[in-house]
Design a protein around this ligand. Structure first.
Ligand code: ZN
Ligand code: ZN
Length: 379
C-alpha cells in the first residue's frame, strides 16, 4: 500500500472514479473508494481515502492510498492457479500464511475476512484477464460452498485437459464422461457418477465392450490405458479439480467441470430436437435453473422435474405446497439424482449389510447392469 497526496502532481485524479464501496476503520474513520482506470484495464476499489478522518488520523487527510499488486497477490494467484479452484475457507488458509509473512505477525485463518478474500480474488482476476483467463464463481451443489475457479475464457475445457494428457488418456477421460452421462444415467437411475471399480472395467479403460468387439470395430490409435494409468489419470483429474471422488467411491464431475463443460455436455448428450417433456440426459434444477447432477427428482419417474437439495426448501416454501409444480405429484423428496440413486436402494443397503460394507461396489455394478439391460429392451 502506498499513500499519495490527492490533488497534487503525484495523483492523476482523472484516472480515478468514485465507487459505492466503503469500509470503516475504528481509528481512521470511514473510507471511500476509487476505481483506477487506465486505457488497458481497470482496478476496482483499489484506491481509497478518508474524507473525514478521525482526530487520531488527521495526518492522512487529503491523501489517497493505493493498493498495489505485490508479492502477496502473486503468491495468492499462484496458489489459485495450482488448485484451479478455491473456496473461501481454503482462501483463508492461503491468505493467513501470506498475511503472517507480510505483516510479520501471526494471522489465523479465521481472521481473514470475506472482504480480504474478495479483494485478492478481484486483483487476481485483473491480473490474468489479459491472458484470456477469468475467475468465475459457482456454488457447490450440495456443500453450498461458494467456489472461485480459474477458467480459460477462449479455449474449451477438453482442450485444456488434453494439454497435459496423452491421446489414450483423453480417450479414457471421454469414456469416463460417457459412462457418467450415458451408461450410468438412465431414466430410472440418474447416477451420473462412475464408481472406482467401474472406472477400471475394460469397457472404460480399453474402450471395448463385448458387443463392440464382436462387431470387429477398428480401435485405431486408441489402445486404451492400463489400470495403473487409469488410476493415475483419475487422481490427476481429482487433483486438478475436474473430477470429485465421494467417500463411497463415486467419481463425478466437479462444480468447476460442470460450469465449464455445461454447454458442451448439453450439445453432446441432450437431444436438441426433443420435446420439452422428453427425458434428457443433462438436467437442470427447477428452482435455480442451474445444471444438476446431484439432488432430488419428482416421485413420478416419467416427470422431468428435478430440484437441488439446497434449493428444495426455499422452493417449496415459496410455493406453499409440497407438490411437483408440473405433474402435481406429492413431493416427498425420497427419489434421488446422483449416487444416492444407488446408495438409497434396498439392494445396496442389503448388500452392504451382507458384506459388512466391504463388497458394496460389486452390488452397485450388478444393479447398474440390470438397469442398462432394461433400458435396451425399452428402446
Ligand atoms: Zn437449484
Ligand atoms: Zn412431477
Amino acid at each position: 500500500m502506498k499513500w499519495l497526496k490527492a490533488m497534487s502532481t503525484s495523483v492523476n485524479m482523472e484516472m480515478l472514479s468514485k465507487t459505492s464501496h466503503g469500509t470503516s476503520c475504528p481509528w481512521k474513520g470511514r473510507a471511500a473508494y476509487y476505481t483506477i482506470k487506465t486505457d488497458k484495464t481497470e482496478f476496482k476499489n483499489s484506491a481509497w481515502y478518508y474524507p473525514a478522518p478521525f482526530e487520531k488520523a488527521t495526518n492522512i487527510k487529503d491523501y489517497v492510498a493505493f493498493w498495489q499488486y505485490n508479492d502477496g497477490n502473486r503468491a495468492f494467484l499462484q496458489a489459485l492457479m495450482a488448485r484451479g479452484t478455491m473456496t473461501f475457507k481454503q482462501g483463508q488458509e492461503v491468505l493467513s500464511t501470506i498475511f503472517t509473512i507480510q505483516e510479520e505477525r501471526e494471522t489465523a485463518p479465521d481472521q481473514v475476512t470475506q472482504e480480504d478474500f474478495d479483494s485478492y480474488i478481484s486483483a487476481a482476476a485483473d491480473k490474468i484477464s489479459p491472458f484470456d483467463y477469468e475467475i468465475r464463481t459457482t456454488v457447490h451443489q450440495f456443500t453450498k460452498e461458494k467456489i472461485s475457479a480459474i477458467v480459460n475464457a477462449t479455449s474449451d475445457p477438453i482442450t485444456q485437459m488434453a494439454t497435459t494428457r496423452t491421446q489414450e488418456e483423453m480417450f479414457f477421460v471421454r469414456r469416463m464422461i460417457d459412462a457418467m452421462f450415458e451408461t450410468y444415467n438412465t431414466r430410472r437411475r440418474e447416477v451420473m457418477g462412475v464408481t472406482s471399480m467401474q472406472a477400471l472395467e475394460r469397457k472404460i479403460t480399453k474402450g471395448v465392450s463385448g458387443a463392440r468387439q464382436s462387431e470387429g470395430g477398428e480401435q485405431g490409435a486408441d489402445k486404451g490405458v492400463t489400470n495403473d494409468q487409469a488410476e493415475k489419470c483419475l487422481n490427476g483429474l481429482v487433483a486438478e479439480g475436474w473430477f470429485e471422488r465421494s467417500k463411497e467411491g463415486w467419481y463425478t464431475l466437479s462444480p468447476r467441470a460442470l460450469m465449464e463443460l455445461q454447454t458442451w455436455l448439453v450439445t453432446e448428450y441432450n437431444d436438441e430436437d426433443a420435446d420439452a417433456e422428453d427425458w434428457q440426459r443433462i438436467k437442470f434444477c427447477e428452482a435455480c435453473k442451474g445444471i444438476m447432477t446431484v439432488g432430488r427428482r419428482c416421485g413420478d419417474l416419467d416427470c422431468n422435474v428435478r430440484v437441488h437439495d439446497i434449493c428444495q426448501e426455499a422452493f417449496f416454501n415459496s410455493r406453499g405446497e409440497k407438490k411437483c409444480p408440473r405433474c402435481q405429484t406429492k413431493w416427498d423428496g425420497k427419489l434421488f439424482v446422483g449416487q444416492r440413486a444407488i446408495t438409497s436402494t434396498d439392494e445396496y443397503l442389503k448388500g452392504k449389510r451382507r458384506s459388512g460394507g466391504a463388497r458394496k461396489s460389486q452390488v452397485e455394478v450388478e444393479v447398474d447392469e440390470e438397469e442398462v439391460a432394461d433400458e435396451d429392451e425399452d428402446e
